[in-house]
Structure formats: structure tokens, C-alpha cells
Design a protein around this ligand. Structure first.
Ligand SMILES: Cc1cc2nc3c(=O)[nH]c(=O)nc-3n(C[C@H](O)[C@H](O)[C@H](O)COP(=O)(O)OP(=O)(O)OC[C@H]3O[C@@H](n4cnc5c(N)ncnc54)[C@H](O)[C@@H]3O)c2cc1C
Length: 480
């Protein structure tokens, strides 16, 4: 397996076409893009740490050796549980994405669907995928996941759009492969990955075969352009003389980009679905099932652990930690987070083999959706209490740089001191600001799918007949 240093070394071979803030930038030199490399390197580092070995690594039957769990296809309930623990752990350690998370979940979804297609259609997708998986595992590559299309007018199907490119689609089939066009948006960490695994954003119908496409594409392949997000945090990082003054100094925000596919060639050995519209809905549903447990639920639980820790520190730094209303608010944050954590654990423990006979395991859908919905909703409340307990200072604080300014340092030390010195209060207030006045509320809401999608899934998955019959029986009402 790769060490963190070997990962960073390996990335030097890649020079993707990246734009950020209106300018072309170098992946290895830009202050924001390097946070993605740093975060990925930290994930490789965690895999090297014996303390986390069981969570981060796993034996692969395909390679006959230890591999990263980010490249593993779950084959038991224990695997599912460890996978969700990895999501929580990496969030606790990074305060940003494990940028290999979406790729891992796409891989799991592809395993089942390609297995089914090969059996039912006589295709070669599964054997191709397993060959590719072996290559990924052997080289311990970082893989991001490209799912979300630009989608254009949300009320129109892909074929009805004015511009079909708002959904990634096949524009040419050749003897040696396919050519694809379109864009995947909000792509977490794609710039710092060795490759991206791409699947459709939703189930395709008859007539939409060109949009039912799944493939692997190496970073920086010809025709790929990455247009990165630019936020106030990007500007702040560009201007800061020292990263220690930033809210998440080393790993920054969850950096995403629009990944543009301008006639990108994909050789057949990297194509895992090509026109099988009937299977695309099941592929996306399986991805969603896994991703809602991991990214939607377990990952955000790790973020909330950080916010709860920082808020308790802020309370102690201002001496209010024992006040009954503070204890109650802290307890409310814990209650929300532990409920979400319980749903992720339940999703794993109630997981099952899917498709039957494949040996691949998927989490329970109801608990996975409940995990994502609980934390998506509850995260706003957690942020609310962090903002409350942190005080106005979380948004009105001066820069920690004032402590190095002879004209203001003594004032800031004098007036920002409470139960802890000004340095500590400013540092933790900045950390809280990063969450409460930052990108994470909306990010948590939409990441792994906007909540309406989970609400629809929960409603549709619920067995109302069973519940109605319990009620009828106890109320003494006859079945109709
Ligand atoms: C921080 C972050 C990281 C992400 N990382 C990745 C990643 O690595 N890979 C990836 O593929 N994706 C990623 N995503 C994308 C994520 O999956 C999407 O944001 C999510 O699926 C919602 O899609 P959207 O952003 O296009 O929102 P929209 O589709 O624009 O949704 C906005 C609103 O419109 C509603 N809506 C949408 N369609 C309809 C409709 N037809 N009818 C009625 N209402 C509708 C939604 O419910 C929502 O309320 C990431 C997102 C975030 C925020």
C-alpha cells in the first residue's frame, strides 16, 4: 500500500487543467488545491497507523493482500460497519472530506450491477470491473466518484433538455472505446485523485440509452477540465500569511469542482455500462443506499463530533460550561448526533447480500436514509447551539494576527481573555466560525442527495400495510 509520501510523489505525474477564481492554477502549488492533496495524504497516513489499521485496511480476496478500505467491495455486515466507521474517523481527523469516499461507494454499486448484467445479458462488465479493481488495489490509487450531472432544467428528462450535454452521455462508439461529453458538478476532490469513477446521476429510461454510461477516467485525461469552487475561504487562504490562522488550517473546505468532459475517450476496458438503461436506476439506487449511510450519515457524525468538542471548549474557555442551559444545549447536540450515529450503525448491522448470490453487501435502506435525514436536519441545530454557546465572538472576533501587532496585542489580550487566554479563545472561535458561518450547513444538507430524495425513499420503503394492520387489529377494526 502507498504511504502518504508515496501518494504525494505519485500525484506529481498529474498536471490536470484546473481553473480557480478565473485563473488556471497548478494543482501542486495553489494554496487551495494543495489542501486536497494534504487531506488525501492524511487518509493514506491513517492507513499506516496501527491504531486505525482495522478500520482503514482490509484483506482483499481479489488481490490476496491487504488493501485500503476505500477500494474494497463489502462482503459482510462487518465490512459495512467498518466502512461507516472509516467515514466517521476520517471526518474526525480531517474536518473535511475523505475525498476517496464517493469513489468507494460507486465501486460497491458497480460491483453488484455489473455482476447482474454479466449474468443476465452476457456482457463482460463485471470481469472488466474486477480487473480494474485489482489494478486500483495493487497501486492503492485514490478514486473520486462522479455522479451528479449539471441537470439543466430539473423538470425535463435528459433527452428533453435544450442542451443534452447537461447530462454526461456517449457521443461516439468506436472499435476501441467510447467518447463521452457533459459535466459532473460538485466533484469532491477529483483534482487530487488518480482517477474518477463515473455513473449516471439517475435512472435512465428507454430512449435515454446514451445517458446510461459508467466508466473510469484517469485524472487529467485529454478533454477534461476542472473548474473549482471559489469561496470566501479560498480568498482568506490566499491572503493568510500563515495557515494556522484559518478555521481548518491544514485541510480547509470540502473542495469541489465542475468536471467538464469535452469529448473524452474511454477505452472499452474502462467502460462498465454502455446503454443498459434498464439497469441504471438500480445502479444509482445502490450507490445512494451505501452513500447515505457513509457520506450522508457517518461522515457528518464525525464533523459533529468536532463541533461538539469545539463548543465544549468554548464554553470552558468562557467559564459557562456548568450553567444548566449550556449543559442542556450541549446534551441536545449530543442527542442529535448519537441518534444519527445509531442509524448508521443500524444501517450496517441490518445490511444484507445484494444482489442475492453475488457475495456483495449493501446497507439497510431505511436506516441509511434515516441517518442522512437525521443529521441533515440536525446539523443546523448543532450549528445553532455552537453559534449560541460560542457567543458573538464566533463571528465578530478580530484576527489572531492582532496578537502579533504591538499596537493592538495588549488590548486584544486584555479584552478577549476570559477563563482562558485570548490566544486559545480566538483559535477555537475561528474553528467554530469555520462551521457555523461557513459552507458546511448547506454542504451537509445536499451532500449525498438533497433531503427530499431521502424523504421520498423513506415514504416509499415504508410498509404501511403492516402498520395499518397492527392498528386495525388493536383497535378491533376488521380488515377490509
Ligand atoms: C459539499 C458537497 C460535496 C459533493 N460531492 C459530490 C461528489 O463528490 N460527487 C458527486 O457526484 N456529487 C457530489 N455532490 C453533489 C450532491 O450529490 C448534489 O448536491 C445533490 O445530489 C443535489 O443536487 P444539486 O446540487 O444539483 O441540487 P438541485 O438538484 O439543484 O436541488 C435543489 C433543490 O431542487 C429540488 N429538486 C431537484 N430536482 C427536482 C425536481 N425534478 N422536481 C422538484 N424539485 C427538485 C431538490 O430537492 C432541492 O430542494 C456534492 C454536494 C455537496 C454539497
Amino acid at each position: 500500500m502507498k504511504t502518504a509520501t508515496e501518494y504525494l510523489e505519485s500525484m506529481k505525474a498529474y498536471n490536470p487543467r484546473i481553473f480557480l477564481g478565473g485563473k488556471q492554477v497548478n494543482l501542486h502549488e495553489n494554496s487551495t488545491t494543495v489542501t486536497v492533496l494534504r487531506a488525501n495524504a492524511r487518509v493514506y497516513e491513517l492507513a499506516e497507523d496501527p491504531k486505525y489499521a482495522d478500520i482503514m485496511n482490509v484483506f482483499s480476496p481479489y488481490l490476496g493482500d491487504k488493501v485500503s478500505r476505500n477500494l474494497h467491495i463489502a462482503s459482510s455486515v462487518a465490512d459495512l460497519e467498518r466502512r461507516s466507521e472509516m467515514a466517521t474517523l476520517t471526518s474526525q481527523m480531517l474536518g473535511t472530506c475523505n475525498y476517496r469516499c464517493v469513489g468507494a461507494d460507486v465501486l460497491n454499486a458497480l460491483a453488484g450491477i455489473t455482476w447482474e448484467m454479466d449474468r443476465e445479458l452476457g456482457t463482460e462488465y463485471h470481469s472488466r470491473l474486477l480487473n480494474h479493481l485489482k489494478y486500483l488495489q495493487e497501486n492503492d490509487l485514490a478514486v473520486s466518484g462522479g455522479v451528479t450531472d449539471a441537470k439543466g432544467d430539473r423538470t425535463k428528462r435528459p433527452v428533453e433538455q435544450d442542451d443534452p450535454d447537461v447530462y454526461v452521455h456517449i457521443v461516439e462508439k468506436r472499435e476501441d472505446g467510447i467518447v463521452v461529453r457533459g459535466a459532473k458538478v460538485s466533484q469532491s476532490g477529483a483534482i487530487g485523485s488518480h482517477e474518477t469513477l463515473v455513473i449516471p446521476t439517475m435512472g435512465m429510461r428507454q430512449g435515454e440509452e446514451d445517458f446510461a454510461v459508467a466508466f473510469a477516467v484517469p485524472n487529467g485525461a485529454e478533454g477534461l477540465t476542472y473548474i473549482c469552487q471559489y469561496t470566501p475561504f479560498t480568498a482568506e487562504r490566499e491572503l493568510s500569511p500563515d495557515v494556522k490562522y484559518l478555521g481548518n488550517p491544514l485541510y480547509g473546505q470540502r473542495e469541489t469542482c465542475i468536471m467538464v468532459f469535452d469529448n473524452v475517450f474511454i477505452p472499452w476496458e474502462h467502460v462498465f455500462m454502455c446503454g443498459e438503461a434498464k439497469y441504471s436506476g438500480r445502479l444509482v439506487a445502490r450507490f445512494a443506499k451505501t452513500h447515505r449511510m457513509n457520506c450522508g450519515g457517518a461522515c457528518k457524525v464525525g464533523f459533529a463530533d468536532l463541533i461538539i468538542g469545539a463548543t465544549q471548549l468554548a464554553a470552558e474557555f468562557s467559564g459557562i460550561q456548568k450553567a444548566p442551559h449550556i449543559v442542556e444545549k450541549m446534551t441536545d447536540m449530543i442527542r442529535i448526533n448519537e441518534t444519527a450515529r445509531a442509524c448508521t450503525v443500524a444501517a450496517a448491522l441490518k445490511g444484507h447480500e445484494e444482489p442475492a448470490g453475488s457475495g456483495f453487501f449493501q446497507p439497510d435502506d431505511i436506516f441509511g436514509n434515516a441517518a442522512k435525514l437525521t443529521i441533515a436536519d440536525g446539523f443546523w441545530d448543532i450549528l445553532k447551539w455552537a453559534g449560541d454557546i460560542g457567543g458573538g465572538m464566533a463571528v465578530t472576533m478580530p484576527s489572531e494576527l492582532e496578537l502579533e501587532n504591538p499596537e493592538t496585542a495588549h488590548y486584544v489580550r486584555k479584552f478577549m481573555k476570559a477563563s482562558a487566554p485570548a490566544e486559545q479563545r480566538l483559535r477555537i472561535a475561528k474553528f467554530i466560525q469555520n462551521w457555523c458561518a461557513g459552507l458546511h450547513g448547506a454542504g451537509t444538507w445536499h451532500g449525498a442527495g438533497s433531503p427530499m430524495a431521502q424523504k421520498m425513499a423513506l415514504y416509499n420503503l415504508t410498509n404501511f400495510e403492516e402498520k395499518k394492520s397492527y392498528a386495525r387489529s388493536l383497535a378491533g377494526l376488521k380488515e377490509e
